[in-house]
Ligand binder design. Structure first.
Ligand code: NAP
Length: 457
């Protein structure tokens, strides 16, 4: 007898939405005559890191939302927001409603940096700053811009480091045309940063920036990008890396252009320093007063070794942009080393390698916090293929009717939001933007309860 395959996806970011899309478009496996999917998220809104990770001055990347919206308008895919996995629903409950569960929970917090001084006032994780400027409901409405922090350090040369450096170096008024909420605009006005020093612990061929994002750094009239020549070296390992990847070569070309350029005298500067490994954040009276780096040198393979020489940089704040890290999911195994759900091509496995029946992973929780949004598509395809190949063997959900989930959430008075609810909030945010004196495309609502009330109105 054929059945409707019920799949629950935890996480409504691009990884989860792509998985839902591929699931509902795939050929039906034997014994299955339809597939319906519910996507649950602890945020009241869909789109995960596109809403709460992509910088507000990157509207082009946010355009991906249009494609995700088309996916979510499929009646076979439903959205349940404001539902926290682990608190509102545990794996046992999900297993009652779904034949298979896919975790697409991403990576939301900063990877730890274990150096002295990391807990000083003025030492910040990039993820926290990103949540703040992107108006995430669960973080403070205020950002603690240090009153005298004219020079700040950003550790890490990935795109998050670039985002953080750019937002710190731009003026609040430059960002006012974006979707930032009022509290973020007011907060940014207190930012007195003039010099942002971005530190790479390796050389130019090892940076993780992407060319377009790096080029765009100079588009603001208020910013000079200054690449410093010390440590700007390419060893044999670096040359090999450039020959192997055209995009890396483009990145180095852009860096070389910056290196050759005279500063224009713009009021804000983003400096890029190579071969400086952060070893200590220096403090006085509990506050950041500097950063100590060890100068490194390339070892011929593209890696570096320490030289035993140190340099102190007078900065009043340090932002650590050294990569994201996933949350450990209650009731599931966790590979703390890589920060992922242990899995075999997307099928979650126990510590001893035994597959967990009907439990899958996709996106950053599956492969770690690397890669652009588009990469999650191929990832989702691999996980979905595996899930569908297992379909016949999956134990059917105990309560397979679609409304069982609604009844469960209603019965526990969980104020969940839906896709229709998101459409109301979306329209509300757009109208806030339109009525703003700056005629913005959108202005974000920040308070969780406000988002929930508007969505459920
Ligand atoms: P990332 O690309 O992995 O970059 C992390 C950086 O931190 C690397 O330069 C790394 O250097 C450095 N790092 C790691 N540990 C360090 C330590 N102990 N001390 C000093 N430096 C350290 O991570 P990300 O910037 O968080 O970005 C995550 C993903 O999101 C990436 O794929 C990125 O492209 C994507 N993203 C894209 C955009 C966009 O606008 N397109 C925006 C944001 C994020 P090593 O290489 O030496 O380890």
């Amino acid at each position: 007898m054929s059945r409707n395959l019920r799949v629950g996806i935890v996480g409504a970011g691009p990884a989860g939405v792509y998985a839902a899309d591929i699931l509902t478009k795939s050929d039906l496996p034997d014994g299955v005559d339809s597939i319906t999917v519910d996507i649950l998220d602890r945020d009241p809104t869909p789109f995960g890191l596109i809403r709460y990770g992509v910088a507000p001055d990157h509207p082009r990347i946010k355009e991906i939302i249009k494609a995700l919206k088309r996916v979510m308008s499929n009646p076979d895919i439903r959205f349940f927001g404001n539902v926290a996995f682990g608190d509102d629903l545990k794996l046992e409950e999900l297993r009652q409603f779904y034949d298979a569960v896919v975790f697409a929970t991403g990576a939301r917090r900063d990877r730890d940096l274990d150096i002295p001084g990391v807990d000083l006032d003025g030492s910040f994780g990039a993820a926290d700053f990103v949540y703040w400027y992107d108006g995430h409901p669960d973080v403070s409405r205020e950002w603690d811009f240090q009153p005298h922090a004219e020079s700040v350090a950003v550790l890490g040369v990935g795109n998050v480091g670039l985002d953080v450096a750019r937002i710190l170096a731009k003026t609040a008024d430059e960002l006012l045309v974006t979707e930032i909420p009022d509290n973020v605009y007011e907060g940014l006005k207190k930012n007195v940063t003039k010099d942002v020093h971005v530190f790479a612990r390796r050389g130019p061929a090892q940076v993780k920036f992407t060319p377009m994002e790096l080029r765009e750094l100079s588009h603001s009239p208020t910013i000079d990008v200054i690449v410093h020549p010390e440590g700007f070296e390419l060893d044999e390992g670096s040359m090999e890396a450039l020959r192997a990847a055209k995009s890396q070569k483009l990145v180095v070309d852009v860096l070389q252009n910056y290196l050759a350029k005279e500063p224009t005298g713009a009021p804000h500067r983003i400096h890029v320093h190579f071969c400086q490994n952060p070893v200590e954040i220096l403090g006085e009276d509990g506050k950041v007063v500097g950063l100590r780096t060890e100068i490194t040198e390339l070892d011929g393979t593209g890696n570096v070794r320490g030289t035993g020489q140190f340099k102190d940089w007078p900065v009043q704040a340090v932002y650590r942009a050294i990569g994201y890290y996933s949350d450990n999911l209650p009731g599931l195994p966790f590979d703390a080393n890589s920060g992922v759900l242990p899995n075999d091509g997307g099928h979650v496995i126990d510590i001893d390698g035994t597959p967990l029946p009907g439990v899958y992973a996709t996106g950053w929780i599956k492969r770690g916090p690397v890669g652009l949004i588009g990469h999650t598509k191929s990832d989702a395809a691999e996980t979905v293929k595996m899930l569908l190949a297992d379909a016949e063997a999956l134990s059917p959900a105990e309560q397979p009717d679609r409304e069982a989930v609604d009844r469960y959430l209603d019965g526990r008075a969980i104020e969940y939001t839906t896709w229709e609810g998101w459409e109301k909030l979306d329209a509300h945010e757009v109208s806030l933007g339109e009525s703003d004196t700056h005629q913005r495309e959108r202005k974000k609502v920040v308070e969780r309860q406000d988002m929930v009330s508007i969505s459920r109105s």
